[in-house]
Design a protein around this ligand. Sequence first.
Ligand code: C5P
Length: 305
Amino acid sequence: MITVRVPAKVNVQLGVGGLRADGFHDLANVFFAVALGDEVTASDSSEGITLSCSGPDAGVVPLDDSNLAARAARLLAAHHGIADPGVHLHIAKAIPVAGGMAGGSADGAAALVACDALWKLDTPFETLLELAAELGSDVPFALLGGVALGRGRGEILEPLAAEGTFHWVFAVADGGLSTPAVFRECDRLRDEAGTGSADSDVPTPDADPALLAALADGDAVALAAALTNDLQTAALSLRPALAATLRAGTEAGALGALVSGSGPTCAFLAKDADGAAAVAAALRASGTCRTAHATYGPVPGAAVA
Ligand code: C5P
């Protein structure tokens, strides 16, 4: 039996380019791994690839082949020519489902690492990263962890320097948002504004030097000032109530606030651990979210516990 711990992510910068011919958008995506994470336990099974899930959101996690953990196990087995793979994967879920924190991608990355260990395959890390990119744009980062710049559709990763620990709060919404729907809304708003949404209309985004310096310096105030998410307007358009969540966290003393990825989870940067606890408590009392978690990062990627 192998248990793998895997982090969620927040995008401290999410620069979104135009819509490409393949349906994806070029990104300048600064991923940041946080300690709020899932655990995936792999155990031997003679009944093929099976899944179970525990945690407050377990009821909305698909336990069929659409789950990235199952797809990861199947992909790893196929890569090694294993004709009839057997594994039971249990997901202990803490990452909000469809929340913009790459929870499904995290479980896919964790399943790659867990099955690799259970089946004693010793797959090189570079190969695991390639398999992860086949599973989804955010899966390679869940393997890598830390802080990294993701280019292309997010899968081409460059690790970034980050000093010290940053303290975060995540406000969890009722219900998720579909990532493709949020990207479509971003395109629609760009068309409506007259700027156009194709990759020939929108400049290719790049990482913000001030944000990279704030990370390298461990400067939470500077990082808070540099937080940006090009999907935020689209997420707020689909879920206007998130504006009140962002406001509640800011009024409670957060240094900075933004929608996490495609949302609807909202992320707040705090001064220190006590500040994060206070913001989380205020958000829970505000009635603007289902719950709120204080956490920290950066932390490493998927690894055997
Ligand atoms: O790669 P992944 O399967 O996680 O992407 C889910 C969806 O999100 C894609 O089908 C696409 O609609 C959207 N997406 C995008 N550009 C990206 C990443 C994702 O448009 N860079």
